[in-house]
Design a protein around this ligand. Structure first.
Ligand SMILES: C[S@@+](CC[C@H](N)C(=O)[O-])C[C@H]1O[C@@H](n2cnc3c(N)ncnc32)[C@H](O)[C@@H]1O
Length: 275
């Protein structure tokens, strides 16, 4: 008897199960097309002939799984990425936050932290940062290590300056960092109210109640079942009238939680929990 699955599909399923059983990272409900593409690229880089050969290596080699995790998750990020989002946040969300005595914000899937530092800058310029606590989380501990340092390649600063200004930045961007041997070191005062920590959206629970949850360019890598599960986590982690911010290509529409939010700025994927 043969099934409709081809050998590579079977190997793919077994690999994903193997990663979950051995290391607890659950890729079973990630969108398969992009995951398969990344696995094929990883095989090429590692010089392995088949996914089965990779299975053997990851089960016995802890360094190999670290490399694989880095290449399975897309960690691309930037400061003030999609600047319109920050303009909308400044204009539509900050006035709401001003009325709160204390503000808890969660950046889920924050990668190397640029998005979190951008928010800290925006909140400082709005004069409410001292009342905020920002949690930056990601499933991948390696990217968080960079986030905690607040140190990025100096060559990225030109592009970040351009995005900062497009996002409505009010000062000179260079006020926020010190240049040192090819690196830009963001000022420690920006990190004063930020906590970075590992959190896996698939396997971990809620850890607080938030006024704002930002999760941009993460859910696109999940299938519909997993997107619904993670929206459940966000819904249960947001206080009533809390704000949810998604990425450009993401939407609350067509999910099980569509009716629980009203659009605050639909073009910028900013929503407000309404029940
Ligand atoms: C493309 S980056 C987005 C970074 C940032 N939010 C932005 O929009 O610039 C996606 C991030 O999601 C993280 N990620 C993927 N699966 C995750 C999961 N199950 N739980 C938490 N983070 C996850 C990846 O490690 C990666 O850093």
């Amino acid at each position: 008897m043969t099934t409709e699955l081809n050998p590579e599909d079977i190997e793919f399923q077994l690999l994903v199960e193997g990663i979950y059983c051995r290391y607890g990272y659950d890729f079973r409900n990630y969108a398969p097309a992009s995951l398969k593409r990344r696995i094929r690229r990883f095989l090429h880089v590692e010089g392995l002939p088949t996914i089965s050969a990779l299975q053997d290596r990851i089960l016995h080699d802890q360094d190999c799984i670290k490399r694989l995790l880095l290449s399975l998750t897309v960690n691309t990020t930037a400061m003030f990425r999609d600047p319109g989002f920050y303009i909308a946040f400044r204009e539509q969300v900050v006035p709401i936050l001003r009325t709160y005595p204390f503000i808890r914000i969660w950046h889920a899937g924050c990668s190397t932290g640029q998005e979190v530092y951008s928010m800290a800058i925006l909140l400082q310029e709005a004069g409410i940062y001292h009342r905020c606590r920002i949690y930056g989380t990601d499933a991948n501990e390696q990217v968080l290590q960079t986030a905690r340092t607040g140190i990025y390649p100096y060559k990225q600063m030109q592009e970040y300056t351009r995005l900062y200004l497009k996002a409505g930045g009010q000062r000179s961007f260079s006020e926020y960092y010190t240049a040192n041997h090819g690196s830009a070191i963001f000022h420690p005062s920006l990190r004063e109210h930020i906590v970075f920590g590992q959190h896996n959206l698939v396997t971990d629970r809620s850890f607080n109640e938030f006024n704002v949850i930002i999760c941009r360019n993460v859910l696109i890598y999940f299938n519909q079942t997993l997107q619904n599960q993670v929206h459940g986590l966000f819904y249960n982690s947001l206080c009533n009238f809390g704000i949810l911010g998604l990425g450009k290509q993401e939407t609350i529409r067509f999910t099980a939680y569509e009716g629980c939010y009203e659009a605050l700025v639909s073009a910028e994927k900013l929503y407000r929990r309404c029940n």
